[in-house]
Design a protein. Structure first.
Length: 580
């Protein structure tokens, strides 16, 4: 195990050596076997399908999904994915590569920023904490916009604070450019959140006059030069439909009301953030005595602090503003918290580094006990998990897990991390807990990619992937692929099909059956039972898991019978699973 002196020497070594080590960690955590599992329905596959259609059509202005204009997000991530398709083909690598690159850039700029302002060891702690946590690990390996937003926002705020603290103007220019990237990848929130952070920090620290140092005219021109071309072109191509759908529905309305059945209580992120960033947050309670003195709320206190100490206020405001804004919003998802995680990583690093120097106090012991308890509970959870699996859509998972012994392997890794935390508690060597956390997370990651995902993949994604491949072979001009109660963008992406109508009511199916077009209908026995639909006179040309493809000729009729439709479900011996 490392000692205090050895960790200091390692951290204070050549920054080039440290950067190479961080790059190696990023390659391992973010890039290794990036295509080991298929894309996740639905957000990742929706995003990937928009990029695929943009790549195939050559229309780089208007995003299209399933035959309709898709204005959920701006265009930058679609462009990056489409470029990835050019080099790696249309597949998982091209979809996830931008997120992995954003995560790597985020780690490197965090190291440079923290080393410059706080020193080598806090920089090493901050970057390893940023790499080895479930939130960043998961988002770096998923093709969604949140990692890009987190990277651009962090770069903008790092650049601004660096220029603010050292009075070097080029960081301000970097900030304006990165704000443009944030707005191009996520929308107005990419400007709102960092803008609020800077303004509130300037007010709280009594630095209003310093805002005049910003190159407002040139920076605004740079921001406009980078963002306006696409926004102008897409508005010209789509008119008021884009303005209303993008700005009102997917930004204002998403904040004011629940979209896509994604609600959450006000404390939603107070639950998910510690869980997704544990065990690093376990030592934050050691700061409670300092916070209880309320010195940090007085402007005069912060006006007297040097920039390195004001950084704590800046990071706290950054994290708090994102947390409060997202908690106030009506629509909530766990990964929306990503823009706050760089600030949280630096705060954790500051606390861990200070405690490495002190290595004493009851709250530190409480934090280490919490880390040990967390790993111990996780070990128990892994050990008993197979016995708790009762999902009918994963009938073979329990037997597969027990046969491989994977749960006991995972439990053993967690138990070893718990022992390291206990040893750190007994010997007052916090480095042991840091090393144990980092090593345990790395081993869990290896077990997840090499062990668990190969077991889950055939059962979670296998049936839909098989259906998509069959549709790809069957669909040709004059044949309409469609689905009933099956919304899975993976059918579009893996089937290379631009449009698959998704029906949710039987009259929609009845109308299409009467047309002069052959239809391949993807559905489930449960959906037919729910809608009292009889399709037993039409052949099932393919089935996988709970899904089946019905071949329905032109000018067909739809019959109804509740009893026969539900009896048909049992006759076909399909698991009772409702698809939304």
């Amino acid at each position: 195990m490392p000692t205090l002196e050895s960790s200091r020497k390692f951290a204070a070594g050549s920054p080039i050596f440290t950067v190479v080590g961080l790059l190696a960690l990023c390659l391992a955590f973010f890039f290794w076997r990036l295509d080991a599992y298929t894309l996740f329905d639905r957000t990742e596959t929706e995003t990937a399908e928009v990029a695929r259609q943009m790549f195939a059509s050559g229309d780089w202005v208007t995003p299209i999904f399933n035959g309709i204009r898709y204005f959920d997000k701006p265009v930058l991530l679609y462009w990056l994915m489409a470029i990835g398709f050019q080099f790696f083909g249309v597949g998982e690598w091209g979809v996830r590569l931008p997120s992995a690159l954003f995560a790597t850039v985020l780690v490197l700029i965090t190291y440079g920023f923290t080393r410059r302002l706080l020193g080598a060891r806090p920089a090493l702690l901050a970057t390893t904490i940023l790499i080895a946590n479930p939130f960043v690990f998961g988002l770096a390996r998923t093709g969604v916009t949140d990692m890009g937003l987190g990277c651009f926002m962090a770069a903008a705020l790092y650049g601004w604070y660096w220029s603010f603290s050292e009075k070097r103007p080029w960081g301000y220019w970097l900030g304006f450019a990165c704000l443009a990237g944030a707005v191009l990848i996520k929308g107005p929130i990419g400007l709102l959140l960092p803008g609020l952070t800077i303004l509130i920090f300037a007010a709280w620290s009594g630095q209003w006059r310093r805002l005049a140092e910003l190159p407002w005219l040139g920076g605004t021109a740079l921001f406009a030069l980078l963002t306006l071309p696409w926004y102008v072109l897409v508005t010209q191509a789509n008119g008021a439909g884009f303005l209303w759908t993008f700005f009102f529905h997917h930004n204002i309305d998403r904040f004011l009301s629940v979209i896509d059945n994604q609600p959450g209580p006000w404390y939603y992120y107070l639950l998910y953030t510690p869980a997704g960033f544990f065990p690093w947050v376990a030592l934050l309670p050691v700061t409670l005595p300092q916070l209880a003195r309320f010195e940090w709320v007085r402007r005069s206190y912060w006006q007297q602090r040097p920039p390195a100490e004001q950084l704590r206020l800046f990071l706290c405001l950054w994290f708090a503003i994102v947390l409060v804004f997202l908690s106030t919003a009506s629509t909530k998802l766990p990964h929306y918290i990503m823009p706050a995680l760089p600030a949280l990583a630096l705060l954790c690093a500051i606390v861990w580094e200070s405690q490495m120097r002190q290595a004493k106090g009851p709250l530190l012991r409480l934090g280490l006990a919490g880390i040990a308890g967390f790993w111990l509970l996780l070990a128990v959870a892994f050990a008993v998990a197979p016995r708790l699996i009762s999902d009918p859509t994963l009938p073979d998972l329990r037997a597969s897990l027990e046969a491989t012994g994977l749960p006991w392997m995972l439990a053993g890794i967690c138990l070893a991390a718990a022992i390291a935390a206990v040893a750190a508690l007994v010997r007052a060597q916090l480095e042991w807990a840091w090393a144990g956390n980092l090593l345990a997370f790395f081993l869990l990651f290896i077990a997840l990619i090499n062990g668990l995902m190969p077991l889950l993949e055939p059962q979670l994604h296998g049936p839909l992937l098989a259906i998509a491949n069959r549709l790809h072979r069957e669909v040709r001009p004059g044949i309409l692929p469609a689905s009933l109660n099956v919304y899975a963008p993976s059918l579009n992406f893996y089937g290379r099909i631009d449009r698959i109508p998704v029906y949710i009511k039987s009259p929609q199916v009845r109308y299409q059956m009467a047309q002069s077009e052959r239809m391949l209908l993807v559905t489930t026995a449960q959906a037919l039972c729910d809608h009292w639909m009889l399709l037993n006179e039409y052949p099932i040309i393919y089935s996988a898991g709970i899904y089946r493809i019905y071949d329905i000729p032109p000018h067909s009729r739809l019959r109804y019978s509740k009893s026969e439709a539900c009896q048909q479900m049992h006759t076909l011996d399909v698991q009772n699973f409702r698809v939304h």
